[in-house]
Design a protein around this ligand. Structure first.
Ligand SMILES: Nc1ncnc2c1ncn2[C@@H]1O[C@H](COP(=O)(O)OP(=O)(O)OP(=O)(O)O)[C@@H](O)[C@H]1O
Length: 258
């Protein structure tokens, strides 16, 4: 036996392997590789133009890389559409909030749970199968749980369009976590949140069993919330480590100071 420690591959939920993206002469991502094990909250940080948004788009399937691979739970999803990735348990939030303005807060979350369909079609609806009713009850319980967790219980009957941006962002988060995703991608999740909402967001992220990848500029939030960080600069990974390791890393400091 060599001294190399065996790594259990089964607990890696997200693997980014040698991902390349170029825009004309600009290399936005240059052989980016890292892994996120099950249940970990991983933050991606880096100065402006480092490639964070591009990386997010590649992981969520909005952009195909010109090289490299993305695996979710071991499965190569590189050429797979965002919709199919969603079916595989990947959810994301956006910098510009996406909620159903004409639905109430509770119905926004319910709609996220209904995404898979009730199964059985019209005949099942007409027959009013007990299984269907039980599923319906379970969904309503889950909606109540998620609204409580996200601090939205008092707003359950409010129309999403009527809410200020911070609350709308929490509704989007509630939608994203409702059916317990395998991998949750959060794009600038604190933007538009006030201090109390940011504390709430952190509590929600920490309370989830889900594996999380987040891009965020608020360093205080990143340092308090993430288990590990990946630091990008000019499209390359320049450091990975715990928040404490990254804070003390001279290469990272130099990149931020330019
Ligand atoms: N559609 C595009 N066309 C051309 N160049 C692009 C495009 N998208 C991004 N880039 C370039 O790729 C590089 C990485 O950009 P990206 O937006 O991924 O960085 P970022 O880390 O998210 O930046 P910021 O923190 O400012 O949002 C930058 O040099 C950017 O100018």
């Amino acid at each position: 036996m060599s001294g190399v420690q065996a790594v259990d591959r089964t607990d890696v939920v997200l693997a980014v392997e040698g991902v390349l993206v170029a825009f004309g002469g600009v290399t936005a991502l240059d052989a980016v590789s890292f892994e996120v094990p099950e249940g970990q909250v991983c933050g991606v940080i880096g100065p402006n133009g480092a490639g964070k948004t591009t990386l997010f788009d590649v992981v969520s399937g909005l952009r195909g890389p010109s090289g490299g691979r993305v695996r979710v739970a071991g499965e190569d999803v590189t050429g797979v559409s965002p919709v199919k990735r969603a079916r595989a348990g990947l959810r994301r939030t956006f910098q510009r909030t996406q909620v159903f303005g004409r639905l109430t807060v509770a119905d926004n979350v319910l709609a996220a749970l209904d995404w898979h369909g009730g199964g059985g079609g019209l005949m099942a609806d007409l027959a009013g199968l007990p299984a269907r009713r039980r599923l319906d009850r379970e969904r309503r319980v889950r909606v109540a749980e998620v609204l409580e967790l996200c601090g939205l219980a008092d707003l359950r009957d409010a129309y999403a369009a009527a809410l200020p941006v911070g609350q709308r962002r929490l509704v989007e988060l509630a939608r994203a976590i409702a059916d317990r995703p395998r991998l949750l991608l959060l794009d600038e999740p604190t933007s538009g949140l006030d201090a109390d909402q940011t504390v709430r967001l952190r509590a929600v992220v920490r309370a989830l069993d889900t594996t999380v990848l987040l891009v965020e500029h608020d360093m205080g939030f990143v340092m308090d919330t993430c288990d590990r960080l990946v630091v990008l600069d000019l499209g390359r990974v320049i450091a990975t480590g715990t928040p404490a390791e990254i804070r003390d890393d001279p290469v990272v400091r130099a990149a931020y100071l330019g």
